[in-house]
Design a protein around this ligand. Structure first.
Ligand SMILES: Cc1cc2nc3c(=O)[nH]c(=O)nc-3n(C[C@H](O)[C@H](O)[C@H](O)COP(=O)(O)OP(=O)(O)OC[C@H]3O[C@@H](n4cnc5c(N)ncnc54)[C@H](O)[C@@H]3O)c2cc1C
Length: 318
């Protein structure tokens, strides 16, 4: 095993997974290729089920063998530790249906990327989702994170959600009223539930207006965020009444580095990979920023980014 870490999926179970999924499962996969910061160790397995039935089969197998498994979108909000991650990562890239429905609705499957969705809306002059043009990822990641900008979040446009139960046995639709969105979270489902698709509300507009609004939002982002460098977006959630970036900047941490990781001089809530960063470099910066902000202000910053993998959290001002 790379890095000397032992894989947790026994050969017999690997055989069973391969028999069930064929080429849609790979073993010992680098997570640096699956996450936008381009850091991280090895995942025991990566599955890209061809359809819902294959996904259900996979979830049942994971439950049967008690394999840990997580859904990963495009990894724009995820860091995997250098020690790697146990079990199966599931990418729903093959669930990519996107279609217009009556009554100004879109049915969007979890694997549809933000870029595809933005293009679809632009070409048809459909408004309402422009706020997502600069939020990279998949519909599944958007929903799980209740992704958004200051004025608008996914919860504003979701009308219904289709969710598969953790062990792949039940597929149910939930109307908007039954969903509990929070700041950068969707709660209330059993741990390990999988978002399969959503109905999103749009407005009939025209192509030019949708393009202009999208371009306005992108230009604002380009001026304030390091969009051309590998990052995972905002590292910390904004504490009530504060902006995490301002707190980190006030602690004097803009431009702070650990190895190849740097707190962006453009936006202090972004950590960028300047080349050759490891997950440990990034986590050391996260721990340092948390500790220093806490020391100076008493405020405990909470990561927005999901941190997965083997090993213990670090928090130390160094
Ligand atoms: C430059 C940049 C700018 C960003 N700007 C913003 C912003 O303005 N606002 C904002 O909110 N975010 C922002 N982000 C963060 C990121 O774009 C969002 O969090 C996005 O929703 C991540 O989508 P993803 O598919 O890559 O999710 P991933 O990082 O792959 O996963 C994120 C979480 O969602 C879960 N998940 C993914 N798919 C499913 C599914 N089908 N079912 C259940 N759980 C699932 C994962 O298990 C994980 O817990 C930014 C990131 C970058 C790099």
């Amino acid at each position: 095993m790379p890095g000397g870490v032992e894989a947790m999926i026994p050969d017999a179970v690997r055989g069973e997974l391969t028999a069930a999924l064929g080429r849609a499962i790979q073993f010992d996969v680098s997570t640096a290729k699956l996450t936008s910061l381009r850091v991280g160790g090895i995942a025991d397995a990566l599955a890209t089920p061809a359809d819902r039935a294959a996904l259900a089969r996979l979830l049942r197998l994971c439950a049967k063998h008690r394999l840990p498994r997580r859904v990963i979108g495009r990894g724009f909000n995820t860091i995997v530790r250098d020690e790697g991650v146990d079990g199966v990562l599931i990418q729903l890239a093959q669930l990519k249906m996107l279609e217009e429905r009556p009554a100004k609705l879109l049915r969007v499957e979890a694997g549809v990327s933000h870029a595809t969705l933005a293009r679809f809306c632009r070409e048809r002059g459909l408004a309402g989702l422009e706020f997502g043009v600069g939020i990279p990822g998949t519909l599944g990641g958007w929903i799980a994170m209740n992704a958004g900008i200051g004025t608008r979040e996914l919860q504003d446009v979701v009308r219904e959600l289709e969710v598969m139960s953790p062990a792949g046995r039940i597929l149910r639709s939930f109307p908007r009223d039954a969903l509990r969105f929070r700041y950068r979270a969707l709660v209330g489902f059993a741990e390990g539930s999988v978002v399969i698709s959503a109905l999103l509300a749009v407005e009939i507009s025209d192509r030019k207006r949708v393009e202009d609004e999208s371009e306005r939002l992108l230009a604002k982002r380009r001026a304030t965020q390091p969009v051309d460098q590998p990052s995972c977006g905002s590292v910390f959630k904004n504490p009530r009444g504060h902006f995490a970036g301002q707190l980190i900047e006030a602690a004097g941490l803009k431009g702070e580095t650990r190895g190849g990781a740097m707190i962006s001089p453009l936006h202090a809530n972004f950590i960028v990979n300047t080349g050759g960063a490891s997950a440990s470099d990034v986590l050391a910066l996260i721990g340092h920023a948390r500790a220093l902000v806490r020391l100076k202000t008493g405020i405990a910053l909470e990561p927005e980014v999901k941190i997965w993998g083997r090993g213990a959290p670090e928090e130390r001002a160094s």
